[in-house]
Design a binder for this molecule. Structure first.
Ligand code: NAD
Length: 415
């Protein structure tokens, strides 16, 4: 599925290397990972058998600080994908001005096929394989697709056993009871909100601020609440079951107060803000094509693609999901003069939030959620301003500007 992902990532990076006119030696250094750990894990199963899993950790570049990046558990994971994601993490941490490099890890597994006990043994086996290569000043993993705070807690515990010392700062994304940060669940949505708010300061033509949000999970629902509370008019939301549309605006607080534990929106409580009528039920595609000011893909990759891009009517796209706009669609959006605020910037609040968890653990502190969100806001404003000035200096679009700013910081630090 991800065949050629690293090669494609290198092609995109090549464009930036040219814009920045980087010398060949720097291009060579930035076009390959520092280190690849490629290994197999043998894990005892509940039925007494043993099963082998392919696993990886790629440390891409650490010129700005310890490698940082998630560990995903997915049946389609591959070394190619992990290398590409590790490169992208290098640029994301750089863009957020964090003292981190980039890395990524994965185990090729569908975790739904494992019992809790098997999942725990697999998570611990992964740490047994890599523990000498990670550490709070070396490489700091985090959750990613299909991994969560429980898995990070097991990993912290396993690391402590192997290293002979408890070090909470080796992993981020832990549970609150085990050194996690208050506010982390809101961090990505809050970061996206701040980026959009700053962007709109230069767009006085966008007055009504109508919004459609695809995806109402962790990222989409928190962002929706921040936007709603700030007076944006959210006219459509969706989840995997379909979309809801109400041109007068949807009361997000009401939806959130009854959103069930499975994260599915309760269609029956969706009324217009004036309480006059029930929201219309739409398909997910219909949501993407609404004539809104701001469209927010916050669910999956490749949602806006060459097949449907001609029907997009939004003025601004805030990419909260990773890779929701394909390269072909991006070219068309550029021609249509749609501003695309790229994922590396828009959802960078997630990794910035992880950085604040790491800082708290290192200093043995516990911050209030309000302080955490305030620091995150400052980080997002700083990153937005840096991208804006790079965009103006190089006369390029938001996506290129974000990557250029990120790669330039890393390149400047290379000897
Ligand atoms: P999540 O699993 O909590 O939520 C995903 C949401 O998308 C759910 O509401 C689901 O029902 C919905 N969805 C699934 N298929 C859909 C479809 N076809 N149409 C509409 N909605 C659909 O995931 P999340 O943590 O909110 O992450 C969302 C995206 O943001 C992902 O691309 C993720 O990589 C990215 N991201 C997340 C974080 C983070 O901190 N959670 C950080 C950076 C990037």
């Amino acid at each position: 599925m991800n065949y050629g992902f690293f090669e494609n990532t290198l092609k995109t990076m090549g464009q930036i290397f040219e814009i920045l006119k980087l010398p060949a030696a720097k291009v060579e250094r930035l076009s390959r990972p520092d280190k690849i750990l490629d290994f197999k894990l043998m894990v005892p199963m509940d039925d007494g058998s043993s099963r082998e899993f392919s696993a990886w950790r790629v440390q891409y570049n650490n010129v700005l600080g310890p490698y940082k990046g998630g560990i995903r558990f997915h049946a389609d994971s591959s070394l190619d994908e992990v290398k590409a994601l590790a490169a992208l993490m290098t640029w994301k941490t750089s863009l957020m001005s964090l003292p981190y490099g980039g890395g990524k890890g994965a185990i090729k597994v569908d975790p739904r096929t494992l019992s809790q006990g098997e999942l725990e043994r697999l998570s611990r086996a992964y740490v047994q394989a890599i523990w000498q290569d990670i550490g709070s000043q070396k490489d700091v993993p985090a959750p990613d697709v299909n991994t969560n705070s429980q898995i990070m807690d097991w990993m912290v515990d396993e690391y402590a056993k192997l290293a002979g010392k408890k070090d909470l700062a080796v992993f981020t994304g832990k549970s609150l009871a085990n050194g996690g940060a208050a506010g982390r669940d809101k961090a990505t949505g809050w970061g996206g909100f701040v980026v959009l708010r700053e962007f709109l300061k230069n767009r006085p033509d966008i007055t009504e601020k109508t919004v459609a949000i695809q995806g109402f999970g962790n990222v989409g629902s928190h962002l929706a609440k921040f936007l709603f509370d700030a007076g944006f008019k959210i006219v459509a939301i969706s989840d995997s079951q379909g979309a809801l549309y109400e041109p007068k605006g949807i009361d997000i607080n009401k939806i959130l107060s009854v959103k069930d534990k499975a994260g599915i929106i309760d269609r029956d409580v969706c009324y217009s803000l004036d309480g006059q009528g029930k929201c219309q039920i739409f398909t997910n595609d219909d949501l993407l094509f609404l004539p809104v000011d701001i469209l927010v893909p916050a669910a999956l990759e490749d949602q806006i693609n060459k097949e449907n891009v001609s029907q997009i009517k939004a003025k601004v796209i805030l990419e909260m999901a990773n890779g929701p706009v394909t390269q072909e669609a991006d070219t068309v959006l550029k021609e249509k003069k749609v501003d695309v605020l790229p994922d590396i910037l828009a959802n960078g609040g997630g990794v910035a939030g992880s950085y604040f968890e790491w800082q708290q653990n290192l200093a043995n502190e516990t911050w209030l959620e309000t302080d955490y969100l305030k620091k995150l806001e400052e980080k997002m404003i700083e990153s937005f301003e840096a991208v804006k000035s790079t965009k103006e200096r190089l006369n390029i679009d938001w996506r290129l500007a974000a990557s250029a700013r990120a790669i330039e910081r890393v390149a400047d630090s290379l000897s």
